[in-house]
Write a protein that binds this ligand. Structure first.
Ligand code: GAL
Length: 804
């Protein structure tokens, strides 16, 4: 058992460093050095169980993404043909003898799914819901100063159980929380801002405190509000007395003068620090995020933030991180949100389940309005083994825990109790909606309760009929919106889901040719190709959806409509609807699975931002004489002039509610160039050259330095170019990767929806000229070299990334 000794030593070292910090509460990263094995090992709860053939790994971990795509997989197409099954995790750890009188608990941010956690042979509980955060008190079962065994059973075997890729395993962070027996309870603060103006904000801090001691305790409770520079701007103190074994709520009211408001452009964050002192000694400290903002939904004027009319310009996101699978990593989430922010999105809908703590934290910090969503199914199933099986026993607790975890985030402005729930067609929907709305209101009255509804005649929808929704969410059917102010007089309305158009990055079927058979029929051969690509001109859509342009044209004109959430921001694994095998991931994203924007990204950027935009497409490698549609998305200009090899093809400008302009151009090799002008002055120029033969690899990293913390990620974009650096638009070379130094390759992807190679391979085929390599710190403080090489014609290329 040499391994065990190693683990113990590492932990003791990290504990020693914790005890030197000033904070009373210890929150320890508990992700490192777990053992894992696929299969079912009930005996693994015992200390003497032999784990010689188990893998050692760090969490978060998703075993599905490590497996091979399999057409016969029980998860089926909706979940991306990846494996599921059962697996066990186990970790041996020692805690110091002097922690005997502490409250020690373990927190899991998400385990997919049906977890059961055991400590030293005792079951702490089960948790069927794979998206919910949960924790267990451990103290009573722990051995102090001696090894303890924690074992986690994960059972994702009953399939299919989802309409999209879920991943399997302990795929979010785990931590150990150590405090005195008098402490702030789990999710024990509830901070609201009953009044907010530029002059003054009032803050109500409700704190739940547990006294787990066998004796009464007298203590000082201190609440401070600190600004983004950690300067205290308000505080409040009270002396409290708690009887033994009690839990109670205490309220502090504070005022902050001239608060800096939180909005989507300047998401200014404060913090509430809750401290407990016993005999002048700090015995607990707890942090709560705080942002000052006020918002309203109005039946006529739509949404406003801090009194300013604001359209919700949102996207729906599923929880996977592309090639990383369900593995949660703050750096992966930050990259996604940054790409969306640059597009102009100001809102995220958490489809269709609780997302990670990191996602919530980043939405606060980066300024996104959040629709936080609890469920995709209630009691009636969508697929055989989905959450409906757990509904009766778990929905109340899951919903309560979800609200308690997320209600302090200023970014959250709506609670969605469900997406396209089956009970909307069934009168039982009335009672369930009322019950869920009441649960939400019992924990938070500061945000509206909504639900994403679908049906031809919404008036017949039972969730709507319950009368319990504060905000009506409508999915699709944008043509009907114009009548809503009359049909739903006085109701607040949001297009909770829209579009579901399909694109493959870098693939172009000419709209002028294809439009003849418009609109496409569901799954008809015309709207997709034999290689499972679809055109990236905004022309292919699901039968229930709309093109991006049609949808946005409608919504931008309707003031009563609070805004919209486009399905989806990024492609996600699974649900390649309507395309069958071998497609294995969705086409709906504005951005592909690897994180490369599709062309329509720039339509949104031209509409949703004020920065100057000019984007032309397609690429310029066609057959001589072929007629090509050249499209341009632009803003901040009166006109755009197009040139082919220096010859003007004319000036054009958007008419009426156009969102793009286009030219039909007879192809000749060379340079296609666009110039946008305002008042005769050039705003932007863009050109695309006909690429010659593939002859170089270009590597571009999304950051210059990586932290040696074994979490940090760098995404390296790999492009195949000709000798002059022009992207070769149809290149499909296989790239072999080698990483040396302080990093390891954790994922590769090219965004192709029907790719059948593993995301975990050491090589990747570029698709339409590009792929991505994701490198993670391996903890070593050594600079990283990524080497990329391919066939003899193309020079191998290396890039160095500094590690700090
Ligand atoms: C919606 C549904 C989403 C997704 C989408 C695909 O109806 O809410 O989860 O399935 O369709 O177009």
């Amino acid at each position: 058992m040499v391994k065990k000794t190693g683990i113990v030593l590492v932990l003791l070292l990290s504990i020693a460093s914790f005890s030197q910090t000033k904070k009373a509460r210890i929150v320890e990263d508990f992700n490192k050095n777990w053992n894992f094995k696929l299969g079912d090992y009930p005996q693994a709860i015992n200390a003497n169980f032999n784990i010689a053939d188990w893998r050692t790994l760090n969490l978060p971990h998703d075993w599905s993404i490590e497996g091979a795509f399999d057409k016969d997989s029980k998860t089926k197409q909706a979940q991306g043909f990846l494996p599921a099954g059962k697996g066990w995790y186990r970790k041996v750890f020692t805690i110091p003898a002097n922690w005997k009188n502490k409250a020690i608990s373990i927190e899991f941010d998400g385990v997919f799914k049906n977890s059961e956690v055991f400590i030293n042979g005792h079951s702490l509980g089960i948790r069927p819901n794979g998206y919910i955060s949960f924790g267990y008190e451990l103290s009573q079962y722990l051995y102090f100063g001696k090894p303890n065994v924690i074992a986690v059973k994960v059972d994702n075997d009953a399939q299919p159980n989802s309409r999209w890729y879920t991943g399997s395993g302990i795929y979010r962070n785990v931590r150990l929380v150590v405090s005195e027996k008098l402490h702030v309870a789990k999710w024990g603060t509830y901070v609201t801002t009953p009044e907010v103006s530029a002059q003054k904000a009032s803050v109500n801090c409700e704190v739940t405190i547990d006294n787990e001691n066998a004796s009464a305790k007298e203590f000082k409770l201190v609440t401070s509000i600190v600004n983004a520079n950690n300067v205290e701007v308000a505080n409040s103190t009270s002396i409290e007395k708690f009887e033994p074994k009690t839990s109670a709520k205490k309220v502090h009211n504070l005022t902050v003068n001239q608060p800096k408001l939180w909005d989507t452009e300047n998401p200014y964050m404060y913090k509430v620090l809750t401290r407990i002192y016993e005999n002048s000694k700090l015995i607990d400290n707890y942090e709560t995020p705080l942002g000052f903002r006020f918002f309203s939904f109005d039946a006529e004027k739509g949404f406003s933030l801090n009194g300013k009319p604001t359209k919700i310009l949102g996207v729906c996101l599923h929880h996977d991180n592309g090639a990383l699978g369900a593995v949660e990593n703050i750096h992966a989430v930050k990259r996604k949100l940054k790409i969306l922010k640059e597009m102009g999105a100001n809102a995220i809908r958490m489809a269709h389940n609780p997302h990670s703590l990191e996602m919530m934290q980043l939405c606060d910090e980066m300024g996104f309005i959040v629709q936080d969503e609890a469920f995709d199914v209630w009691k009636k199933k969508k697929v055989t083994n989905d959450y409906h099986k757990d509904w009766d026993a778990w929905h109340k607790q899951d919903l309560e825990d979800f609200i308690k975890r997320d209600r302090n985030h200023p970014s959250v402005m709506m609670w969605s109790i469900g997406n396209e729930i089956r009970e909307q067609f069934d009168s039982t929907g009335i009672a369930i909606t009322r019950e869920l709305a009441q649960i939400v209101k019992s924990l938070d009255k500061t945000r509206p309760v909504t639900s994403a509804l679908t049906e031809n005649v919404i008036e017949k929808n039972f969730i709507y009929q319950s009368g319990a929704l504060d905000l009506l969410g409508f999915n699709y059917k944008h043509e009907d919106y114009k009548d809503f102010p009359v049909r739903f007089k006085g109701q607040k309305i949001l297009a909770s889901e829209s579009v579901s158009a399909l694109e493959t990055r870098g693939h172009y079927d000419q709209p002028s040719d294809v439009i003849k058979t418009w609109p496409p029929k569901y799954g008809a051969p015309f709207d997709g190709n034999a290689d499972w690509t679809v055109s990236a001109y905004d022309q292919v859509k699901s039968y229930w959806g709309a093109t991006h342009e049609d949808n946005w044209k409608t919504i931008k004109k309707q003031d009563f409509m609070a805004g919209t959430f486009i399905w989806t921001g990024f492609d996600y694994i699974g649900e390649p609807d309507p395309y069958p095998y071998p497609a294995r991931s969705s086409y709906f994203g504005i951005i592909d699975l690897a994180g490369f924007p599709k062309d329509v990204y720039y339509m949104y950027q031209s509409e949703w931002t004020t920065k100057p935009v000019l984007h032309i497409f397609p690429h310029w490698n066609w057959t001589a004489g072929q007629e090509v549609d050249v499209w341009a998305y632009y803003n901040n200009a009166d006109e755009v002039e197009l040139f082919l090899n220096g010859k003007s093809l004319g000036k054009k400008s958007k008419q009426n509610d156009d969102l793009h302009i286009s030219w039909r151009v007879k192809f000749e090799p060379g340079t296609i160039k666009a110039i946008s002008r305002k008042g005769g002055k050039v705003v932007l120029e863009k050109e695309i050259k006909t690429a010659g033969e593939a002859s170089k690899i270009a590597l571009v990293a999304n950051k210059k330095t990586l932290k040696n913390d074994s979490y940090d990620l760098v995404y390296v974009t790999v492009s195949i170019t000709d000798k002059d650096g022009n992207l070769v638009p149809n290149a499909n070379n296989l790239i072999d990767f080698e990483v040396i130094g302080g990093g390891k390759l954790v994922g590769v992807d090219n965004g192709y929806q029907a790719g059948w190679d593993s995301f975990k391979a050491n090589s990747c085929k570029v698709f339409n000229g590009k792929c991505i390599a994701i490198i993670q710190s391996n903890g070593k403080k050594e600079n990283i070299q990524l080497k990329a090489s391919t066939g003899i014609d193309i020079l191998a290329k290396a890039i160095e990334i500094k590690v700090e």
